[in-house]
Design a protein around this ligand. Structure first.
Ligand SMILES: *Cc1c(COP(=O)(O)O)cnc(C)c1O
Length: 227
């Protein structure tokens, strides 16, 4: 059976999340987004069978393929960089975590108005300032939040961030705490921005302590990726 360890791995992760929630004291609900990139379509199905309802992919084509092959009603999340010319293909998605520029926000807005139903998205913020990471600078978020508030085609539901790969605990808290504060800036501008997508296999406990509501977990659930 593929991913036969998944139920036990999931139980352990959920126990760790509950403890981290209590330590953090933010009182949030935490939802696991199972990241199935590079695995086959049996991964989202195994996740569903284990009780997971949210699945994330980082590439549009791979997401669309799995969405076609999988029949259970998963909520699909796009967590990787999105090119503007692919926005129209994303109607089946539940949430786009990677709105990382004003130009992409504009494209989402146009498409949301065209289809007469707004696109739900998270503002990706680059808190660490790493050059290799996309996203808004935290200092740009307040002005962009005011601009986005006028848009009918996109609904900003919160913030997504990634910590540097080798970050120590202090850096992780700085990044995740910074993301939490940018979500506050969105709410100050009138957005219903309650989602904080942060934390991966290596750092999700600290992310939950810092208020994460969505954790994006791949290897800790499915084992090492070969690709
Ligand atoms: C791959 C990926 C994850 C999951 O990574 P793991 O370390 O396997 O948990 C989370 N978020 C993004 C944006 C990713 O690309």
């Amino acid at each position: 059976m593929p991913f036969q360890d998944l139920p036990a791995r999931l139980a352990e992760v959920q126990a760790r999340i509950n403890l981290a929630r209590e330590r953090g004291g933010h009182g949030q609900t935490v939802t696991i987004v199972a990241v199935t990139k590079t695995y086959g379509s049996d991964a989202p199905v195994a996740a569903w069978d284990a009780g997971i309802r949210d699945v994330g992919e980082n590439r549009v084509q791979e997401a669309l393929t799995k969405m076609m092959e999988v029949s259970v009603p998963i909520r699909w999340h796009l967590i990787g960089h999105l090119q503007r010319n692919k926005v129209k293909q994303l109607d089946g998605l539940h949430l786009i975590h990677s709105m990382d520029s004003p130009r992409l926000a504009d494209a989402l807005d146009v498409h949301g108005r065209d289809r007469a139903r707004p696109m739900d998205a998270l503002l990706q913020v680059n808190v660490s300032g790493e050059g290799s990471k996309g996203g808004y600078e935290p200092s740009d978020v307040a002005a962009e939040a005011r601009r986005l508030h006028g848009m009918e085609g996109v609904r900003v539901r919160g913030v997504m961030t990634m910590a540097p790969f080798d970050a120590d605990e202090m850096m992780l808290r700085r990044v995740f705490g910074g993301a939490r504060r940018t979500a506050e800036a969105l709410r100050d501008a009138g957005h219903d921005a309650l989602v904080l997508s942060m934390g991966m296999s290596g750092d999700y406990e600290i992310a939950v302590e810092e208020g994460a509501t969505l954790v994006r977990l791949g290897t800790v659930l499915f084992g090492a990726r070969s690709a």
